[in-house]
Write a protein that binds this ligand. Structure first.
Ligand code: ADP
Ligand code: MG
Length: 139
């Protein structure tokens, strides 16, 4: 059974209309986009999605940034989707991201780093069901 992970193309990227460029890197890496929609998060949704970071000093700014424009939420599928997409995204801080990764290519800053990807199988399942119903995911 193939694995699935949740991806978000963040507001800095949708603003620059580079969803297609990012999707190209995702597909070239062997990740299949099996669900996708463009949405605008409410503050409540953004706070809930990032609740694991609620006590961090950057939380308020992160929430404001994530609701500053539309995002594209996606489900990506591959045999090792979670770890593969983490390596395709690159490090959280784009200054530390390896060349060729999405964040090295496109991120504006540590906060506005263009993409989100789940960090474990367990969180992938939680995050996918946060945005998608089973029938919206077509493998
Ligand atoms: P990742 O997205 O790589 O899993 P984290 O889960 O640690 O990274 O952080 C979630 C998001 O919060 C990051 O992608 C980034 O947008 C933002 N962020 C993380 N650390 C900082 C920081 N020190 N200052 C500002 N924003 C941050
Ligand atoms: Mg994370």
């Amino acid at each position: 059974m193939e694995e699935q992970t949740l991806s978000i193309i963040k507001p800095d990227a949708t603003k620059r209309s580079i969803t297609g460029k990012i999707n190209n890197i995702i597909e070239e890496a062997g990740l299949k986009i099996v669900a996708q929609k463009r949405i605008h998060l409410t503050r409540e949704q953004a706070e809930k999605f990032y609740s694991v970071h609620a006590e961090k000093p950057f939380f308020k700014d992160l929430v404001n940034y994530m609701i500053s424009g539309p995002i594209v939420v996606q489900v990506l599928q591959a045999s090792n989707a979670v770890s593969l997409y983490r390596s395709v995204m690159g490090a959280t801080n784009p200054e530390e991201a390896k060349s060729g990764t999405i964040r090295a290519e496109f991120a504006k800053s540590l906060e506005a780093n263009s993409v989100h990807g789940s960090d474990s199988d367990e969180n992938a399942n939680i995050e996918i069901s946060f945005f998608f119903k089973a029938e919206e995911i077509v493998g």
